[in-house]
Write a protein that binds this ligand. Structure first.
Ligand SMILES: Cc1cc2nc3c(=O)[nH]c(=O)nc-3n(C[C@H](O)[C@H](O)[C@H](O)COP(=O)(O)O)c2cc1C
Length: 179
């Protein structure tokens, strides 16, 4: 049963930045969103020009049964059309030693020179060395303001022991220990 526990009202002890989101406060909104630490993924798909990748931290779990996940490419990205139009894609969760790869694919999504990858069963670019991966078929694409929300049905998944790459407040880091 849902019960309500009294919660003492507390004044903020430190200086807060308060704002209402709008065109003038995009930086503040970014900074606020950045307080929520995430993992880092690289999403790949095969496009007309060959393998394509994009670093993304908008990944989220959605549903266990059916197995659904989501991520959100910006409409302003040159890679948006390729990803929203892709029938299949792979979401790779970066391990803590894959910072360079994440930074690389935040830059050039078509440059696979020197990248360790092989085609998956669906012919999608499967990156070596990640902590986990979700091989997806496109389930739906929804409007999400200046981003699109891509829902993927997970066809195959894999994970291994190790530590993951974390992104928070614009900086990369990791957990110590076995997480
Ligand atoms: C840690 C990190 C997370 C990111 N997450 C996203 C994301 O979820 N969605 C997105 O559209 N771009 C994200 N980006 C930016 C893209 O990786 C890439 O830089 C952007 O698509 C570049 O735009 P272009 O394709 O026009 O060159 C992220 C970048 C970094 C470094």
């Amino acid at each position: 049963m849902l019960t309500k526990t009294p919660f003492p009202a507390k004044a903020p002890t430190m200086t807060e930045t308060r704002f209402a989101p709008g065109p003038q406060s995009l930086r503040s909104l970014r900074d606020t969103l950045g307080c929520f630490g995430t993992g880092v993924t690289v999403v790949t798909t095969m496009c007309d020009l060959g393998p394509l990748a994009m670093t993304a931290n908008s990944f989220a779990a959605v549903s266990l049964d059916p197995a659904l996940v989501l991520w959100s490419p910006a409409k302003g990205s040159t890679r948006h059309a390729a990803f929203t139009g892709a029938d299949h894609f792979i979401i790779h969760v970066m391990a803590d030693d894959q910072l360079a790869l994440a930074q690389h694919f935040a830059g050039d999504g078509l440059d696979f020179d020197g990248v360790d990858w092989a085609p998956s069963d669906d012919g999608q670019p499967l990156l070596a060395g990640c902590l986990a991966r979700f091989e997806c078929a496109r389930h739906a694409v929804h409007d999400g303001g200046d981003h699109s929300i891509i829902l993927g049905q997970v066809l195959r998944a894999a994970h291994r022991p190790g530590t993951g790459l974390i992104f928070k407040r614009g900086e990369y880091g990791g957990f110590s220990g076995f997480v």
